[in-house]
Ligand binder design. Structure first.
Ligand code: VGL
Ligand code: ZN
Length: 204
């Protein structure tokens, strides 16, 4: 069975938000239409405590976009975003939610970032998404949302590693491009790993 996975369509990733993705709002109507084509839809939600180690503000003297070691692992520093309970962490107000089977929250451990909807960046914390999908007979996933070069990319890569057939819905994602070529690099990485690149109009 096929599932649609909607990654992090939250206010902080929309223009005007703390970690705005250019044109992030443009994918909302596309995703709403896509949902009608699926019987099985889940969403992920970036959900950080205020003391999260990925926030530049929690590392005095460090700037947004700089790399640090967080528990020995490379970590890019982000603006404060998607803090638990904040308006920025809420889903975009126009995003339809009535069909969602579950919401998988991630990024709660302040010591490690968590881009993928499946596992944290150290591959230790498990959101339960993989088991949930398998328990419901899902073997093929279609990924959309924000941001193409971070949370969408890592969700696609982990989905492939977990053995799912994975499609990226190109017109239903946008990149944050904190470094200029990130969108294109992410596309190549996903394709090389075995992702199928598709378009919302090609899905029936
Ligand atoms: C994301 C950076 C930090 C994303 C989340 O949803 O792509 N990016 N946290
Ligand atoms: Zn985050």
């Amino acid at each position: 069975m096929k599932a649609l996975i909607i990654v992090d369509v939250q206010n902080d990733f929309i223009p005007g938000g703390a970690l705005a993705v250019a044109e992030g709002d443009q994918i909302v109507p596309i995703i709403n239409q896509l949902q009608e084509k699926f019987d099985f839809v889940v969403a992920t939600q970036d959900w950080h405590p205020a003391d999260h180690g990925s926030f530049a503000a929690n590392h005095p003297g460090k700037e947004i976009g700089e790399f640090i070691k967080l528990n020995g692992v490379n970590q890019i520093l982000w603006p404060v975003h998607c803090v638990q309970g904040s308006d920025g962490a809420e889903f975009h107000k126009d995003l339809k939610r009535d069909q969602w089977k579950a919401i998988f929250q991630k990024g709660m451990n302040p010591q490690v970032d968590s881009y993928s909807g499946f596992f944290d960046n150290n591959k230790q914390g498990d959101t339960g998404l993989s088991k949930f999908l398998r328990d419901h007979g899902v073997d093929e996933i279609f990924v959309c949302g924000l941001a193409e070069d971070y949370c969408v990319k890592f969700t696609v890569l982990d989905g492939l590693e977990e053995g799912f057939k994975v499609h990226l819905i190109l017109d239903a994602t946008r990149a944050v491009n904190i470094h200029p070529d990130d969108f294109a690099k992410a596309m190549i990485e996903m394709e090389n790993a075995g992702a199928i690149i598709t378009h919302s109009e090609s899905i029936d």
